[in-house]
Design a protein. Structure first.
Length: 405
C-alpha cells in the first residue's frame, strides 16, 4: 500500500492544526493524519508521552478501535543507545521490542521524536507498529520530524490561548466577586440603617411621651417596657454588626466552664416573656440533664437570637417553646414556633451571612441577615451542630446540639 502524497498530508495536517480549538481536538485530528500518512508501515498507534519522575506516561493515545487504550500507562525511559539527532531534534528508533508489557498492546517497534513543548520537560511524539521493524526511509523520518515541529508549535499556542482564557475567566470571577461583595456591603449598610432607625425612633418617641405628659403608673411601666425592648433590639443589632464587621479576627474564642443549659433556658424565656406579651413562651426541660463544659455567654447569645427570630417571624403571636433533650451523647436545645415558616429551597441558605428570604411576608420584616450566620459560627466553634426543620405557614424548629463531654 502506497504512502499518500506528502503535500496532501502536509495540507491536511495544517488544516487539522488550524481547526483545533482545544488540546483534545488537536491531538485527535493531527494524530489521525499521521496514522493515515504512514499506514503502509502498519502504524497502529500515535501517542504523546510525558515525563513523570524517571518514567514516561502515555498522555494521549490515538489507536485503532480494536486496540486497548494506553492512556496513563507508564513506560520506562527509552534506551540511550537507540537515540540519534535528526534535524536538530532527538529521535528514538526502537525496533524488535521484546518487552512483554509493550508487546501486550501490539507494540513491537516504535519511533519517538522529541517535542520541546515546555522549558522544563521534553515530551515525545511516538508512532508504534505491530511489525518488528518500523521501516521509515530517512526522508519519511524528516517529514515526520517536520510534522512534529508544527504540532509542537500548535500545542504551545493552544496552551497559551487556554492560559490566557483561564486568566480572563479568573479576572471575571474576581470582578463578579468584588461586585457581589460591594452589593452585600451596600445591602448591609441599608439594612443596618433601617434597623437602627426603627428602635431609635421608638426610644425617642416613648421618651418624649414620658417627658411631656403625666401618666398613670401602669402606663409608665408599659412605656418603659417598650423603651427597654427597643433598646435591646438596638443593642443586639449593634452587637451583630460589630461581630461581623471584621472577619479577620477570631471573634468566637470560647471561655469553657461548667454550664447549666436548663437554667439558661429558663432565664432567657422569662426575660422574653416580659417583653413579648403577644406570644406564649414556655419551656420543656428533660429531667437529670447533665452540666456540660462550654461557653455560657455564647450559648445564651445563640439561644436569645433564635428565640428573638421565633418571635419576629411569628407576627400573629402563638406559642414559642424551648425544649432540652438528651439524644445519645449530646444535649439538644430546640426552639419551636408556629410562624411564617421557611421554604425547602431556602432552608440550606439561611445560615449564610447576609442572606434574606425572597418570601414577601419575610422580606417585610426588617433584619440584617446576620443572626443565623453568627449562631452557626458559634455552635460550630463549640463543636456542635445547628439545623432547621420548617414548613411554610406552619412554623419552624431550630435545633442545636452540643457535646456532653
Amino acid at each position: 500500500m502506497e504512502t499518500p502524497n506528502k503535500e496532501q498530508i502536509y495540507i491536511s495536517f495544517l488544516e487539522a492544526v488550524n481547526n483545533a480549538s482545544d488540546p483534545e481536538t488537536l491531538f485527535n485530528n493531527t494524530f489521525q493524519v499521521i496514522q493515515q500518512a504512514f499506514r503502509a508501515t502498519h502504524i497502529n498507534r500515535v501517542q504523546l508521552w510525558k515525563p513523570i519522575a524517571n518514567e514516561m506516561s502515555v498522555y494521549f493515545d490515538y489507536c485503532e478501535p480494536k486496540e486497548s487504550s494506553m492512556i496513563k500507562y507508564r513506560i520506562s525511559v527509552l534506551p540511550e543507545k537507540i537515540k540519534k539527532i535528526l534535524e536538530k531534534r532527538k529521535i528514538w528508533k526502537y525496533l524488535d521490542i521484546k518487552g512483554e508489557s509493550l508487546n501486550n498492546f501490539n507494540i513491537f517497534s516504535l519511533i519517538g521524536i522529541e517535542l520541546r513543548i515546555s522549558e522544563k520537560d521534553n515530551w515525545i511524539l511516538v508512532v508504534t507498529s505491530k511489525q518488528k521493524d518500523l521501516n521509515l526511509e530517512k526522508e519519511d523520518e524528516i517529514f515526520l520530524s517536520k510534522l512534529a515541529a508544527i504540532f509542537e508549535f500548535a500545542v504551545s499556542k493552544i496552551e497559551r490561548f487556554h492560559k490566557n482564557n483561564d486568566q480572563i475567566k479568573r479576572l471575571k470571577n474576581q470582578n463578579l466577586t468584588l461586585i457581589e461583595q460591594d452589593q452585600l456591603k451596600t445591602n448591609l449598610i441599608n439594612n443596618i440603617s433601617h434597623e437602627l432607625r426603627t428602635p431609635l425612633s421608638s426610644i425617642l418617641g416613648f421618651s418624649n411621651l414620658l417627658l411631656n405628659k403625666k401618666h398613670p403608673e401602669e402606663t409608665i411601666k408599659e412605656i418603659a417596657e417598650q423603651i427597654q425592648q427597643a433598646a435591646n433590639r438596638l443593642s443586639s443589632l449593634l452587637s451583630d454588626f460589630l461581630q461581623i464587621s471584621n472577619p479577620a479576627i477570631n471573634l468566637w474564642t470560647p471561655k469553657i466552664e461548667p454550664c447549666d443549659l436548663g437554667e439558661i433556658i429558663k432565664t432567657s424565656i422569662e426575660e422574653f416573656a416580659i417583653l413579648n406579651r403577644g406570644h406564649k413562651l414556655c419551656y420543656n426541660i428533660s429531667d437529670n440533664y447533665p452540666i456540660i463544659n462550654t461557653d455560657q455567654k455564647l450559648v445564651r447569645l445563640v439561644l436569645d437570637n433564635l428565640i428573638s427570630n421565633a418571635v419576629k417571624y411569628s407576627p400573629n403571636g402563638g406559642t414559642i417553646s424551648v425544649s432540652l433533650e438528651l439524644p445519645k451523647k449530646e444535649i439538644m436545645v430546640s426552639i419551636l414556633d408556629k410562624g411564617i415558616g421557611i421554604s425547602k429551597e431556602e432552608q440550606p441558605k439561611i445560615f449564610n451571612r447576609f442572606y434574606r428570604s425572597s418570601n414577601p411576608r419575610i422580606k417585610s420584616i426588617t433584619g440584617s441577615g446576620l443572626g443565623l450566620a453568627i449562631c452557626k459560627e458559634i455552635i460550630t466553634t463549640l463543636n456542635g451542630k445547628i439545623e432547621v426543620k420548617s414548613e411554610l405557614s406552619k412554623g419552624s424548629t431550630f435545633s442545636f446540639t452540643l457535646p456532653v463531654n
